[in-house]
Design a protein around this ligand. Structure first.
Ligand SMILES: Nc1ncnc2c1ncn2[C@@H]1O[C@H](COP(=O)(O)OP(=O)(O)O)[C@@H](O)[C@H]1O
Ligand SMILES: CC(C)(COP(=O)(O)O)[C@@H](O)C(=O)NCCC(=O)O
Ligand SMILES: [K+]
Length: 242
């Protein structure tokens, strides 16, 4: 039994796996992460490994300080991945992006793959049909966009995500919602349309905290799965323990 932990820049997601099935999932905030991990280790006594992918504020030492009596596997750029990494700066590439790409290769072989993770940032990762990781893009996430409009202007309010009623906002709030939400949706469709055409053998995977909110706003057919990073983390752990 495996405890998989995804440490992002907004929140931490954890899941307990039995082989490839999630038997428990939690979204936790930074201030409570040790209590949550210890609670799960106590509740699921068959957990014998923890696997961690962290791009946030927790590092390997934080987990070893837990003194949990299970093996802790920290995914790093030195881990084994099922793709050829063509990124020019492999040591700065986000571990989340590497794990997502690993899951895309293992779950959807022999296709062009684009993985979109709509979280604190929106990340785009392209892997070609020959399992070459090509790189992609990093863009501000939905919450970042609302907060920056408020923090860097004199008068704009701080709003939380809401579906715009129309592409033409007829009020300050609707203008902001349209700019943020339609802007993200068009950005995502733009990246897809720029890189793929209908006779390509490709798949688009959408994940992250904002995936479900965005999924039905996109023109292109996508495979939306908010657990994709956790599932990919489980598969990457297995890939490293063949
Ligand atoms: N409690 C919440 N309710 C609604 N949306 C949330 C909540 N917490 C986070 N989000 C949304 O999810 C995004 C963060 O998702 P997540 O993928 O967990 O980020 P990360 O992996 O970068 O930590 C934020 O941009 C925000 O829009
Ligand atoms: C871009 C990210 C901050 C995304 O993190 P998240 O939105 O999941 O919190 C993370 O992938 C990262 O720290 N990347 C390092 C730079 C790079 O990937 O090239
Ligand atoms: K992300």
């Amino acid at each position: 039994m495996l405890l998989a932990i995804d440490v992002g820049n907004t929140q931490i997601k954890l899941a307990v796996f039995e082989q490839n099935t999630i038997i428990h999932k939690e979204i936790i905030y930074y201030q409570e992460w040790q209590i949550a991990v210890k609670k799960n280790l106590k509740k699921f006594k068959k957990i014998d490994n923890i696997v961690v992918a962290s791009v946030g504020k927790l590092n390997k030492e934080d987990f070893f300080d837990l003194n949990a009596n299970v093996e802790i596997n920290f995914i790093t750029s030195e881990s084994q991945f099922p793709f050829h990494n063509l990124y020019a700066t492999p040591n700065t590439l986000g571990i989340d992006r590497m794990v997502l790409s690993s899951g895309a290769v293992l779950q959807f072989p022999n296709k062009k793959r684009l993985v979109i993770d709509a979280g604190t940032c929106i990340t785009y990762d392209f892997i070609d049909e020959n399992d070459n990781y090509l790189g992609g893009a990093i863009s501000p996430g939905i919450r970042l966009r609302y907060e920056s409009l408020h923090n860097y202007t004199a008068k704009l309010p701080l709003l939380t995500k809401e579906n715009p009623t129309n592409i033409i906002g007829n009020s300050t709030n609707q203008s902001i919602h349209s700019g943020v939400v339609n802007g993200v949706a068009m950005e995502i469709d733009g990246f897809v349309n720029y890189n793929f055409n209908e006779n390509d053998n490709f798949i688009i995977i959408l994940t992250g905290g904002d995936a479900e909110f965005l999924a039905d706003r996109l023109k292109n057919t996508i495979f939306a799965n908010s657990n994709f990073l956790l599932e990919s983390l489980n598969q990457t752990f297995q890939y490293n323990h063949k």
